[in-house]
Design a binder for this molecule. Structure first.
Ligand code: ZN
Length: 205
């Protein structure tokens, strides 16, 4: 009810074919991630889940302040084309400084809901998830996808062992619904526990 999604938008066919348009979400007045569609929203702040270009590209078209992990903020401000994947996809890194750095355990309180910051490196070094206790919903960025696929783990700052630690951490939360960075909201209780065996197999190789 509080939560709705907004799409990434692009007229660039390379990006559509590459499937790199992320999904953003609005919860109250907060935007989660900045795919290009964020320019048509009117959030008070944008919380970035991680440094990849499809999640930050909209910062170029929006003046709304953003907050991110230190790694993500440094990647944007330091114009790190490899870490952001902007170089690969020919996307300009937004020229924006963060309003705030987000760290583990911070709780952002809003009217009627709160969001807890959870550091979840693995898919990328700067990855965060945001947990809404009132809705028992996790804004998972690219840390957890629907459809039982694991996130990409061969990118420049990926680390499967760290993702395993991040999944173990997420098991402590009562999560009834996920808002992933690709696709839309879905409800699957204990979903992270179901993904774990596959990730464990991967990290043993
Ligand atoms: Zn990503």
């Amino acid at each position: 009810m509080l939560i709705r999604e907004f799409p990434g938008l692009s007229k660039d066919p390379r990006r559509l074919e590459g499937g790199v348009l992320a999904t953003g979400y609005m919860i109250g007045s907060i935007a989660i991630d900045a795919p290009e569609g964020v320019q048509y929203e009117n959030p008070s702040i944008i919380l970035i889940t991680h440094e990849h270009c499809d999640h930050i590209a909209g910062l170029t078209y929006s003046n709304v302040p953003y907050a991110a992990s230190k790694f993500t903020a440094d990647a944007i401000v330091g114009r790190r084309e490899e870490a952001t994947l902007c170089g690969h996809l020919g996307i300009r890194i937004p020229d924006r400084n963060p309003k705030a750095i987000l760290t583990e355990g911070q709780i952002l309180k809003e009217e009627g809901f709160s969001l807890e910051v959870i550091e979840t490196p693995g898919h990328s070094e700067g990855s965060l998830c945001f947990y809404c206790k009132e809705e028992k919903t996790l804004f998972s960025g690219d840390t957890v996808f629907g459809d039982y696929s694991l996130p990409a783990l061969a990118l420049p700052t990926s680390n499967p062992a760290k993702l395993l630690d991040s999944y173990e951490k997420l098991l402590k939360y009562e999560i009834k619904a996920f808002c992933p960075g690709h696709g839309g909201k879905f409800s699957k209780e204990n979903y992270v526990r179901e993904l774990l065996p596959r990730l464990k197999e991967l990290t043993l190789v």
